[in-house]
Ligand binder design. Structure first.
Ligand code: MN
Length: 257
């Protein structure tokens, strides 16, 4: 039997096409396939969530045949890539997003452009995995940890089937690769009790505000992404795009009959 063709892989992110994390992810993808395409935002889109650019045209810049920058959001990138920029001779088999500079766990998922790129791919019925590397401010980001651990995670996820409408959210702990405890399958935790908002005065005497880090107080439950990352594990969380809370459906239907 002929060997199956190498998968066609599309890579994007929200930190921008020149970010170190996307180079890390491309290096990982090249260990799986030689059919790798990169379509990523021209500039940093962290916090863009699943936003679309509708009020202006989108421009592209072809860095090389398989590296294309888009002056839009991660969602714009995936949309253009799947419909126009990647040749249509064969379908994209897998979308990889990241590796993001900083974790995307718990409530971060709702703001993250990294996760949103994977969401957009999932809506287009392409399997997608989002990757993020935890780091401490003031220390270099341990990209080698993501590079070492992403491959076994991708290989395992390629072997299983997961339902349509589900993406995988993978986070790497702030440890050197050899000190990582292993891989944990987790649920999305919660920690949002208000971001730290800094108020300062600009050089012209006007006040301004800047959204800072998210506060994290109570110790998180053991089965969550927060707990896994705090304790040195790679966290893998299946995320469902159907935001319906199915358990509430019946009660609500009874009440509103
Ligand atoms: Mn980012």
């Amino acid at each position: 039997m002929a060997e199956a063709a190498a998968p066609r892989i599309l890579i994007s992110n929200d930190d921008g096409i020149n970010a170190p994390g996307i180079k890390t992810l491309e290096a990982v993808a090249r260990q799986i396939s030689d059919d790798v395409w990169v379509v990523a935002p021209e500039s940093n889109q962290s916090g863009a969530g699943h936003s679309l650019t509708l009020q202006r045209p989108l421009r592209i810049r072809r860095v090389s045949e398989r590296h294309i920058a888009v002056d839009g959001t991660p969602t714009d990138c995936i949309m253009l890539a799947l419909q126009h920029l990647v040749p249509r001779d064969r379908p994209v088999d897998l979308v990889l997003s990241g590796v993001n500079r900083g974790v995307n766990i718990a409530d971060d998922v709702t703001y993250s452009g990294t996760v949103a790129a994977a969401m957009e791919a999932t809506l287009c019925r392409v399997r997608a995995i989002a990757f993020s590397q935890c780091f401490d401010h003031g220390h270099p980001v341990k990209w080698a940890t993501a590079e070492h651990w992403a491959l076994p995670v991708i290989r395992t996820l390629q072997e299983i089937t997961w339902p349509p409408g589900v993406l995988m959210n993978v986070n790497f702990p702030d440890r050197i690769a050899g000190s990582v405890e292993g891989i944990r399958v987790t649920r999305q935790g919660t920690r949002k009790i208000g971001d730290v908002i800094v108020e300062r005065i600009d050089p012209r005497g006007e006040p301004y505000f800047w959204v800072g880090d998210m506060r994290s107080d109570a110790p998180p439950p053991a089965d969550t992404d927060l707990h896994a990352i705090e304790n040195g594990f790679v966290s893998v969380t299946p995320i469902h795009l159907d935001m319906t809370h199915h358990a509430s459906l019946q009660a609500l239907r009874e009440r509103l009959k």
